[in-house]
Design a binder for this molecule. Sequence first.
Ligand code: UD1
Length: 417
Amino acid sequence: MDKLLIEGGKVLSGEVAMSGAKNAALPILCASLLTAEPVHFTNVPHLNDISTMLRLLGDMGVGVTMDGVDGLVLNGGGLNNPVASYEMVKTMRASILVLGPLVARGGEARVSLPGGCAIGARPVDQHIKGLQAMGAEVKVEQGYVHAKATRLKGARICTDMVTVTGTENLMMAACLAEGETIIENAAREPEVVDLANCLISMGARISGAGTDVIRIQGVDKLHGATHAIMPDRIETGTYLCAAAVTGGDIRLLKTSAAYLDTVVDKLMDAGCDITVERDAIHLVAPKRLKAVSLRTAPYPAFPTDMQAQFMAINCVADGVATIRETIFENRFMHVNELMRLGANIQIEGNNAIVRGVERLEGATVMATDLRASASLVIAALVADGETLIDRIYHLDRGYERIEEKLAKLGASVKRVH
Ligand code: UD1
């Protein structure tokens, strides 16, 4: 199993390009199930989660052709096996995103229930409830969701909570339903908007994406299209934190601050100087950051996927920060590992109270989930001496060539096999 060896204390500086967004690419690749015509994607990140999704789509009969460095053509013309097995879904929960498109296009899907994961129970009841409202007959048997419908019917759906992949699944299903679907309490995440834009270019009739009410007028068929995946706002935020904690000066290219308001604001509160350019972000960090408190919530509030990284920067900031997690019930797995590096963190329910220390000290730590791993990388970059991060397959799920990109910015980082 690969590990990452980081020698802390290097100040990050220079420029590096950001990749396409994992959380936009995953649902967008599933949109190819909605048409028999080829769909061309660009800016697709090279990540393990993307390979898993391509394997899953390939197993279903979707033709997968690579096109250049970050391009991909998916052809759903040969779709013949509407099944997502437990083996696939257990490695990547986002596999559930095939459910809506499969039922909408072929009238049937058998998708394994994802089960819990490190950060929480994460049920998919809202995905199922929405499909049922659209007339699908859904049975949960032997750990699989089995959904059937001759043709889905438009419906008014109000989800019990804001769910990102739930909104995406139902929006995709509604594209081919008969009549109008209204999704209320919809997720407003930029990745939902990117998916909607891709679907619109495939002929879908969607309005309101980016607000909490999305309206979809079903059409009989969708067609092929070309779509560029949006930049990864979480990767961008992670590199900003990495530079900030080292007192660095970096420029991130091929990205946008448009969807990072809360993250940029918090970094400025911490004392960073940030200049937003058209397709780039420039950050200059102070010698020592100030502590910043935050509370995670659905977009446009502070993203839960940036919580762990801000925990890491607060570990060495000047002052005390309170971090409140409101989306997932168990998303403080990184705390114990950060404490192994010398952090002072106290957990009280869903609050973490972080008292900044002058210095962290390198140690061996273990990555527990994707963003938790990113927080360990950030802490390691500023810790004295060497930190060995074990189980970095989590990082490879969501950060493209992380050691290369960090090394380009001057970090001392090595992948150890
Ligand atoms: C997506 C993101 C993930 C991010 C999360 C929250 C992808 C591939 N993943 O995950 O990186 O951390 O949004 O921004 O885009 N819930 C239910 N029932 C459901 C659906 C959700 O109870 O049917 C609960 C979840 O357990 C969680 C909350 O709703 O507590 C939000 O989850 P959700 O937005 O669905 O997260 P994901 O879409 O899985």
